[in-house]
Design a protein around this ligand. Structure first.
Ligand code: ZN
Length: 512
């Protein structure tokens, strides 16, 4: 009988799973193991009750390896819908703290980007400013809030204007930005008095802030200056080695360096961590401890530099074949103009330097986390062969390489992101009263993070057949269930169509 109920329950799920999908008066996810992201270990089987978009009950219904105690199960209401999740894992929806909604040069439209994100369980993104107009960004944010489009929640930051010359101008700009409905500011650096005024004013208004400390301004203002002024978080890693310098004040640029030449920029960046104070030295410890005491957050975006240490791997990732748009593939090709396409002559020497750069960077990140510092998960996809959604999972794997425990990684990808956005009372963990932003997956991501890739993980089954397992099954946002695999199929259809229209075949650089 229960089987029949489940069968019936599945029918409406597939109907409701797409655009204009709806919240249910009651939705029960039955029998899963949950990873709730509070730091608790996995626990199951549990039934999760969702009313509209709120988690209202998390009921323990038994023990592993024992039939579920039906008496303990929450009752299905008259208009309720249930999904059998036995054998599955449920985690909070992922939060990508560095998510550009496509870009003009990349030719990636919002629908394509959103579906790649949602198919990978990403239910919230922080848009750090990009090529979208402010109005379009807010329109997308509102549509996502109303769930009239398939899209993650959008936390819309604005890029701080590079034209501002004085503290007064900075304060005016910040007030205006708040008035326009922005959620925060992303800085690239500015003169110190301007940075100080803008960060202070923004904080006074209750908005959030982050920065990519670009090399052009980093000598006078590094991450430590930002943290002391009240900046919430930093992107990538620039400005951190500079705060850690103990035997220089300016990066060791070669005489022929030109910032506008991206091979120079990225090649020399790969030698930067080596110029910082040694791990666990007094200065290294002091900087780390001060950043933590200031409640400063790091959004490292490890994945976006991975091609620097292994161009072949990033370029040949299997998902490019089916899910990378021709326009995006063209953007990634070696170019003196496209941002992040710095493969003018990228070889063994550059990759080896970057491997060492990663080692030092990861050592800092892991220890920062161990001492209580907050690290979030951001992807910065759409550049450097990193594809939306897939790159977020790669970021998780790189945090693992840095030394994070898989449970610490899930927390970084969910609750930590919610905290830095000031949304941890609403999202980021599976707790009573929080919004129902959830991921259902049939494999255990703690055992193998690769199961989170849309293309799944490779596994030899008991009959010695090569199979794929995993890929998110359902992404639930605001209590609305989306069939994640169907969303990914829709992305493939978009890519197929774009290729057909252009007669395009993905080719490797320099090979005709
Ligand atoms: Zn970015």
């Amino acid at each position: 009988m229960r089987k029949l109920i489940y069968l019936l329950a599945f029918v409406p799920i597939f109907c409701f799973s797409q655009i204009n999908g709806k919240q249910h008066e009651q939705l029960i996810l039955r029998g899963a193991t949950i990873i709730n992201s509070t730091g608790a270990p996995p626990l199951g089987p549990v039934d999760i009750v969702i009313e509209k978009n709120i988690i209202t009950k998390i009921q323990n219904v038994g023990y592993p390896g024992v039939p579920i105690n039906e008496n303990r199960r929450p009752k299905l209401s008259k208009n309720g819908v249930e999904i059998n999740c036995e054998g599955s894992y449920i985690l909070p929806g992922f939060i990508d703290t560095h998510g550009h909604i496509g870009g003009r040069s990349q030719g990636a439209n919002p629908e394509y980007v959103f579906k790649l994100w949602m198919s990978h369980g990403i239910t919230t993104i922080r848009e750090p400013g990009g090529s979208l107009s402010h109005d379009l960004k807010l329109e997308l944010k509102n549509s996502s809030e109303k769930n009239t489009i398939v899209a993650p929640r959008i936390i819309a930051f604005s890029t701080f204007s590079s034209r501002i010359k004085s503290p007064d101008e900075a304060r005016d700009w910040v007030k205006d930005n708040a008035k326009k409905g922005s959620d925060g500011i992303k800085f690239f650096g500015a003169p110190p008095d301007v940075m100080q005024a803008a960060i202070e004013e923004n904080k006074k208004l209750g908005l959030r802030s982050t920065a990519h400390h670009a090399q052009l301004n980093v000598v006078k203002w590094n991450v430590l200056n930002s943290a002391r002024a009240g900046l919430n978080s930093m992107e990538h890693w620039y400005g951190l080695p500079e705060a850690l310098f103990s035997d220089r004040i300016i990066q060791n640029y070669p005489a022929n360096y030109n910032y506008q030449n991206e091979q120079h920029r990225f090649e020399e960046a790969g030698k930067l961590w080596k110029q910082a104070a040694k791990p666990y030295s007094e200065h290294w410890n002091n900087v780390m401890n001060e950043l933590i005491s200031l409640d400063f957050t790091i959004s490292p975006t490890l994945n976006i530099y991975e091609a620097s240490r292994d161009l072949h791997r990033a370029r040949r990732a299997e998902w490019h074949d089916d899910y990378t748009l021709p326009s995006l593939w063209g953007f990634y090709a070696p170019s003196r103009i496209s941002h992040g396409s710095y493969w003018h002559y990228w070889g063994t020497e550059q990759e080896i330097a970057w491997k060492e750069n990663y080692r030092l960077w990861m050592t800092f990140l892991n220890e920062f986390k161990n001492r209580g510092g907050r690290v979030t998960t951001g992807s910065d996809s759409g550049y450097i062969y990193q594809l939306y959604g897939f790159a977020f999972v790669r970021e998780l794997e790189l945090l693992r390489e840095a030394g994070f425990h898989p449970l610490e990684i899930i927390q970084s990808a969910t609750l930590n992101g919610a905290e830095v956005l000031g949304l941890d009372h609403l999202i980021g963990s599976i707790e009573l009263g929080k919004l129902a932003d959830l991921i259902v997956i049939e494999e255990n991501p703690l055992e193998n993070l690769k199961v989170l890739y849309g293309t799944g993980a490779i596994k030899l089954d008991t009959n010695n057949n090569v199979t794929r397992v995993g890929g998110v099954k359902y992404t639930i946002k605001d209590g609305i269930v989306y069939d994640a695999k169907k969303l990914l199929k829709e992305v493939k259809a978009m890519v197929d169509l774009a290729k057909k229209e252009a007669g395009y075949k993905i080719k490797q650089p320099g090979i005709n």
